[in-house]
Design a protein around this ligand. Structure first.
Ligand code: ATP
Length: 369
């Protein structure tokens, strides 16, 4: 069992006016065997949070518990947790086997044979048996990454902490390692906290994702919940690629009003939104439909379709990313099937389907429905 709890965890660097509130009152309860991805933009406090769990950074306020036991005062070596760093942090003068054994020698009292047995088993799991006698300088980036993982796995800790472990790999290797890490997690079933700024990594790897911004936790949810039901505008904009479109609007009689359009809301949404003076309409590029202008049918579209001009088309192969300008209004980005021919300069009709919209409070950014 390894349940990891962060209870009102806060980190302040320095004191007084120049101090930095890097992590602000973060609560997360990570279940035994769960793979939790901590994601957010640069400087949001991900690494600091992870380093507090590892014992590499003191905790200003709050409590971190492993299986119910307070860890705040324990040093890194006392915590039954292994960390994998972005830089791999391998000892250059030691062979792969020695690097992997080193952590075991520090943290266990296994016999030499038992340690070698564990190293061999882990090396096999990671397919690095042939590399055991080499030194890190004679390994590729991907191989070093595996050794760094091996050094953590061999200890059989209660939890793994991983700080952007794939960010030094090229795109192809990164995607391959992503899959391998998921398989490893299925095999080992060890509680893992994985830090990344890459929302694709977060979406594909996490059982749940915790999204941080400016030291504050924005939402903890499954990837699909965060995608479909973002708690606020920050999460909505961070998750999904290309990003969600946002249009600032005033709210008038259950209608979103902008210089370019009036967007009537259905009863239920209208009621939820009517309390706000200002709101932001959110719509994902993949939810917009783009049709030839000639197909316009004002009566049929319920006031949810608008004239637009195609500004730029970016062909991505499987899809086209289409940049649209609404007449006298905001720019929108839509994705459409890559086989469709859409030319820049074309006049089109863009539909913002009511069942796909998100509405956020114009002031707080919180989701309104
Ligand atoms: P990145 O993705 O760029 O690594 P991050 O989300 O991991 O960013 P942190 O490294 O946790 O962010 O930093 C959070 C905030 O704390 C930043 O504003 C950073 O400048 C600040 N910070 C981090 N370490 C220290 C330190 N030792 N002293 C002062 N401020 C620090």
């Amino acid at each position: 069992m390894a349940r990891l709890e962060l209870d009102s965890v806060t980190k302040r660097f320095g004191e007084g006016d120049g101090s930095v509130l890097a992590v602000d009152d973060v609560d997360v309860d990570i279940a035994d065997g769960e793979f939790l991805v901590l994601v957010g933009p640069s400087g949001c406090g991900k690494s600091t949070t992870l380093r507090m769990v590892a014992g590499l950074e003191t905790i200003t306020d709050g409590e971190i518990r492993l299986d119910g036991d307070r860890m705040n005062e324990q040093g890194p070596a006392e915590r039954d947790i292994a960390m994998v760093f972005q830089s791999y942090a391998l000892y250059p003068h030691m062979t792969v086997r020695q690097n992997m054994r080193f952590g075991l020698e520090e943290s266990t009292d296994l016999s030499d044979d038992e340690m070698d047995g564990r190293v061999d088993e882990t090396a096999e799991l990671l397919d690095i048996t042939e590399l055991l006698d080499r030194k890190p300088g004679a390994l590729s980036g991907g191989q070093r990454q595996r050794v760094a993982l091996g050094r953590a796995i061999v200890r059989e800790p209660k939890a793994f902490l991983m700080d952007e472990p794939l960010s030094n790999l090229d795109a192809k290797l990164r995607s391959q390692m992503r899959t391998e890490l998921q398989q490893l997690q299925d095999d080992l079933d060890t509680t893992t906290v994985y830090v990344t700024h890459d929302q694709t990594e977060a979406m594909t790897m996490g059982d749940r994702i915790a999204i941080l911004d400016a030291g504050e936790l924005q939402q903890v949810a499954t990837p699909l919940e965060a995608y479909h039901r973002p708690a606020n505008q920050f999460v909505a904009g961070f998750i999904g690629e290309p990003s969600m479109n946002f249009v600032d609007c005033a709210v008038e009689d259950a209608t979103l009003v902008n210089e370019a359009f009036r967007y009537p809301l259905a009863d239920e949404v209208g009621a939820a939104v009517s309390e706000a003076d200002d709101a932001t309409l959110g719509i994902r590029p993949e939810d917009l439909s783009v049709d030839p202008a000639a197909d316009a049918d004002d009566a049929a579209d319920g006031g949810h379709a608008f004239d637009a001009t195609v500004a730029v088309v970016e062909p991505m192969g499987d899809e086209n990313v289409v940049h649209l300008s609404l007449a006298d209004g905001p720019d929108l980005v839509a994705t459409v099937n890559g086989l469709r021919r859409i030319e820049s300069g074309a006049e089109v009709r863009v539909t913002i389907p009511e069942n796909a919209i998100h509405v956020f409070d114009g002031n707080s950014g919180d989701a309104l429905h």
